[in-house]
Design a binder for this molecule. Sequence first.
Ligand SMILES: C[S@@+](CC[C@H](N)C(=O)[O-])C[C@H]1O[C@@H](n2cnc3c(N)ncnc32)[C@H](O)[C@@H]1O
Length: 227
Amino acid sequence: MYANSRVPQSAQTGIHERLAELVDRHRREPFRKPVLDYNRAAFDASMAAWGGASNANAPLILDAACGTGASSVLLAERNPDCFVIGVDQSAARLDTEKGALPGNLCLVRADLVDYWRLLAERGVRLHRHCLFYPNPWPKIGHLSRRWHGHAVFPVLPALGGIIECRSNWRIYVEEFAFALGRLLGREIAWEAFVPDEPVSPFERKYRDSGQQLYRCEVDLRDLRSAA
Ligand SMILES: C[S@@+](CC[C@H](N)C(=O)[O-])C[C@H]1O[C@@H](n2cnc3c(N)ncnc32)[C@H](O)[C@@H]1O
């Protein structure tokens, strides 16, 4: 049945007690995992698409973990003056977005753990950075699989842009705001919201299941370097 999706169940009742320590460690210690060739190739292809588009080098929107890319198509249609790159690690999901894509959109298969670091290495600054409904990893022991608990997280503020994380798990968004605030040295707000029109398939499914949705949005466009 379609509209019967459940909110992630977790033994956690608030921000993970080890999150602050983990974010501090990731900020202190360089993340040395080598970048894989297929991610570098995907990155280069997406940069070439951005540079070769009719609106070449337009402000860049990154739809991080875009799933089928439906949200990327919507972002491209709503922002014709921008170029949108949708990144997902699943070829099967990306393949579901059939038909002609808008000229200001490129979908690529890559692991964001490498893709984000390549963007930072190249000095790319984003206009918008969307993290819509990341896998929640609600088990207590899975903190380091959530984006804000991952070693790559300190790279994200360095990419600038208006960064937005949405989830149907309140704790995920609370933690995201807490971890980002820890890196930036200020308190970051988050909120419950109701989407007018769902931006992605997961948002539609959660909304149609009557779930409360949460988001954290922060303007990092003036930030020079936080990583
Ligand atoms: C819950 S789905 C959300 C998809 C889409 N954003 C939406 O709202 O409909 C999470 C997506 O994250 C992708 N993903 C997870 N880890 C990833 C990684 N390291 N790099 C790229 N994509 C990843 C998965 O393949 C999956 O498509």
